[in-house]
Design a protein around this ligand. Structure first.
Ligand code: ADP
Ligand code: ASP
Ligand code: MG
Length: 440
């Protein structure tokens, strides 16, 4: 069985929902994961933030506008009056839940419950559309099987056991529909897999049922060799390895949620990226195979924090790195890039929730300098195997760009560079023009 995920734009209008219905109804049984209609999660985030600040009036206005938009969707999505009525009931029940949080104490679970309504709405409305068109369809509630643990990591055993149970209880259907993004946490409260998490839902489901293929359908024809949001004339890549795709997704390629590749790689399930607006295009296929020579693609992750610890005690000392890393372990803060000299250590982190506490502890080791607003530029491909003089080619290409750190040689397949956020676009363009031979 295949798992197909459709993103926000793909289900962003009644017309697009009909296109999705056309794509999936090929008489092959499948599980379909849907995101919220485009824009909805952003508005729900705004509503939660306003309620968190007790700005109930503005929140109420946004809720009213969102609800009115959904009423229009229902009006043009269904042809039969009884389904228009059912559609309005779906909207009423979801918005009653949202409105129930506009008085009283506002908790994190209340916020997460509001955020979950986007996917609840899109899947219920889409399932009703499929029913109206005579398809054998069943809705699988993601909150019954999708789970994260105390560390916010996917609980694969729970997901696998409970997805199988949910499928059994639902009984046979040609098409199963479920919500992306939303889950429960270790306390069984409503939670989510972070923004863009529907991709991750699809790969977790794919791994749980040992799917033949995981397909991520979106608004572009596949994985491009540079970020189309910042650079013109990017090119689609036909094939990527799990490693290359994971690296690019982790370092900012928005087309895939950073954790999507891991479950697929573990089970060796191909991941295919496809364009909902052009379904016959084969898109990009991601498998265990590495093909091609030289640089394949680049991605950028901004808002990174660089920390430098300078200490004379580092000189000839063993155990120094361990003591530093223990601080990051204590505050559950992953480190992305590292570079050391005899008297200094530089590293980068993305999550700054505990930065003050980390800084206080690091102060014991030496002088600590922190630079915010940095970007990691991640270049992937068969890089070191390619040719001699590769590093100088990269340096020449980036002439004039203030490079703060470089990580080269950790793997044959990637090189990472740290630059200020203000130089991100310029760096991506320079890589396209000088290393990828695109004209941006
Ligand atoms: P969805 O709502 O379907 O999940 P996303 O907006 O999350 O869609 O992801 C698709 C978008 O990712 C594309 O429209 C594109 O702007 C952006 N993107 C960033 N980097 C890349 C890349 N390397 N290749 C393709 N798209 C990318
Ligand atoms: N709807 C969620 C978001 O906008 C999840 C997703 O689209 O993947 O982040
Ligand atoms: Mg996405």
């Amino acid at each position: 069985m295949k798992v197909l995920k459709f993103g926000g734009t793909s289900v962003g209008s009644p017309q697009n929902m009909r296109s999705v219905m056309k794509i999936i109804t090929d008489n092959e049984q499948k599980i379909v994961v849907l995101s919220a209609m485009s824009g909805t999660t952003n508005v729900l985030v705004e509503i939660s933030e306003l309620l968190g600040k007790k700005n109930r009036e503005t929140a109420g206005i946004l809720i009213g506008k969102l609800e009115a938009g959904y009423r229009d969707v229902v009006d043009s999505l269904y042809t039969r009056d009884d389904n228009k009525y059912k559609g309005l009931q779906i909207i009423k029940s979801s918005f009653e839940i949202i409105k129930s949080f506009t008085s009283g104490r506002f908790t994190q679970t209340a916020a997460n419950t509001i955020l979950s309504m986007g996917e609840i709405l899109s899947t219920k409305l889409f399932t009703l559309l499929m029913e109206e068109n005579g398809y054998d369809v069943k809705l699988l509630p993601a909150l019954d099987f999708m789970r994260i643990d105390e560390d916010k990591m996917a609980d694969m055993k729970f997901i696998s056991d409970n997805l199988k149970r949910t499928l059994n209880e639902a009984g046979y259907a040609d098409y199963y529909i479920t919500q992306g993004y939303i889950c429960r946490n270790a306390n069984e409260e409503v939670d989510n897999l972070q923004r863009g998490g529907s991709d991750y839902t699809a790969s977790l489901i794919g791994a749980a049922i040992d799917a033949d293929e995981i397909q991520i359908w979106t608004d572009i024809d596949g994985f491009h060799n540079n970020d189309p949001r910042y650079v013109e004339n990017t090119q689609k890549i036909d094939q990527l390895s799990f490693f290359e795709a994971a690296e690019l997704a982790y370092f900012g390629a928005k087309i895939l949620h950073p954790q999507t590749i891991y479950p697929a790689r573990v089970q060796n399930i191909p991941v295919r990226l496809k364009n909902t607006l052009n379904p016959s295009d084969p898109g990009t296929i991601i498998t265990s195979e590495t093909t091609g020579k030289g640089i394949k693609a680049v991605a950028a992750k901004h808002g990174i924090t660089a920390i430098k610890i300078r200490s004379d005690r580092m000189l000839m000392a063993y155990g120094f790195l361990k003591s530093v890393f223990k601080v990051f372990e204590k505050y559950k803060t992953p480190i992305d890039m590292i570079s050391t000299s005899e008297v200094a250590l530089s590293l980068t982190i993305d999550n700054t929730d505990n930065i003050k506490k980390i800084q206080n502890e690091l102060d014991k080791f030496g002088t600590v300098e922190i630079d915010y607003n940095m970007t990691i530029i991640c270049i992937v491909g068969d890089i070191i195997g390619e040719e001699r003089g590769f590093a100088s080619k990269v340096f020449n290409a980036l002439d004039g760009i203030p490079i703060r750190m470089i990580s080269y040689g950790g793997s044959r397949y990637n090189i990472s560079i740290l630059v200020p956020d203000s130089h991100m676009q310029r760096t991506l363009k320079a890589i396209s023009n000088n290393l990828l031979n695109n004209n941006s």
